[in-house]
Design a protein around this ligand. Sequence first.
Ligand code: NAD
Length: 423
Amino acid sequence: MTALSYVSEDKHSPWATHLAQVDRVLPYLGELSRWADTLRHPKRALIVDIPLEMDDGSVRHFEGYRVQHNLSRGPGKGGVRFHPDVTLDKVMALSAWMTVKCAAINLPFGGAKGGIRVDPRELSKKELERLTRRYTSEIGSIIGPQQDIPAPDVGTNPQVMAWMMDTWSMNVGMTSTGVVTGKPIHLGGSLGRVKATGRGVFVTGKVTAQRIGLELENARVAVQGFGNVGSVAAELFSQSGARVVTMQDHSATLHHSAGIDVAALIRWQQQHGSIAGFHGATTISHEAFWEQSCDILIPAALEGQITAESARKLVCRMVLEGANGPTLPEADDILTQRNITVVPDVICNAGGVTVSYFEWVQDFSSFFWSEDEINARLDKIMEQALLAIWQKSEQLAVSLRTAAYAVACERILTARKERGLYP
Ligand code: NAD
């Protein structure tokens, strides 16, 4: 393979994690492995400068990205992240995981991702709107309903998607709702989208619990991240009789062995902006999160959180990867050796992109489905995809992650092979 000149040399970087995951699946790809280098080269990586006039009249410059990793199976699909730690390397890895995720679930999309290196909490609403609109204009030539369809990720939400949709629509001279997903409902958004990723985490957890003989009633759950993904997953597990015993966000780590009242914690967060100071649990140290005994661990914050060190300490039966790329490759090996079942991100958190696909289909047909219909279709797709991957993992005697990559890469590389190379 030809090394890319623009990637970091850090062997723990998200892109390095992606490359290691590709290496692990190679032995199972047969003659398709001839095309595997396509997974090691993003198709397109755009870096843009975003000059922003601040409310005080000063001008600041921000770095933005949109990476289309692979478009063999359809238009690009992937979120937009506003976070101070966004780098090209991370966006590349996140776009590659989208390629694999869409193929693992069998959605007709390729993989893409975008982001701006910014802390959105430091901006006023007007500044955030101007930043979003300028970013959308800068990447406007490579996105579109048939080209590449952004969606929310960390630090972005339906309002940001509404601004992106409006900006792109203004630039092309017509209202185009299908250019982004995760929009507000009255702008062509889909019912069920906001909770879809957390719901998918719960559904894959329920199926896995059955497979490994774990009762959900009273099962102890620990969740890192109380945002869009983590809070919904915590809520659904708690509603199904499990106890959310440990909860961490950027501000605090909470513990309560009888189970945290998740509904009360959601109300607290809405009022205070974070979980810090919540009265219904004990505050413990940030590092102690990984040492708390539980049955189900849900990393739902950022990538690279489960290191070899934390993997040795974990006391749990399964890990549900709500976040993208939360487990480093050597930590993955340790979890496999320790017989801890890991439901990989590319399946576990695919609920969001699945309902994004439903949203895109509904926008094209201008015909909208009920929430019950959406949830029923989502649950069925997630259950079937996970069961197919369990089957593959048993057939190949590999982890669920390698099995998910095997299923996905077969689809991606078959498309690559059948399309052939142009010219
Ligand atoms: P979010 O911004 O809504 O929430 C992120 C949460 O992580 C917040 O509670 C924040 O406090 C917490 N956090 C941040 N840094 C932390 C740290 N150092 N330690 C502990 N907690 C920390 O983001 P989200 O949309 O819930 O996304 C979370 C993860 O799920 C990301 O990896 C994202 O890529 C992935 N994901 C999101 C979606 C989606 O539909 N939103 C879909 C698929 C995957």
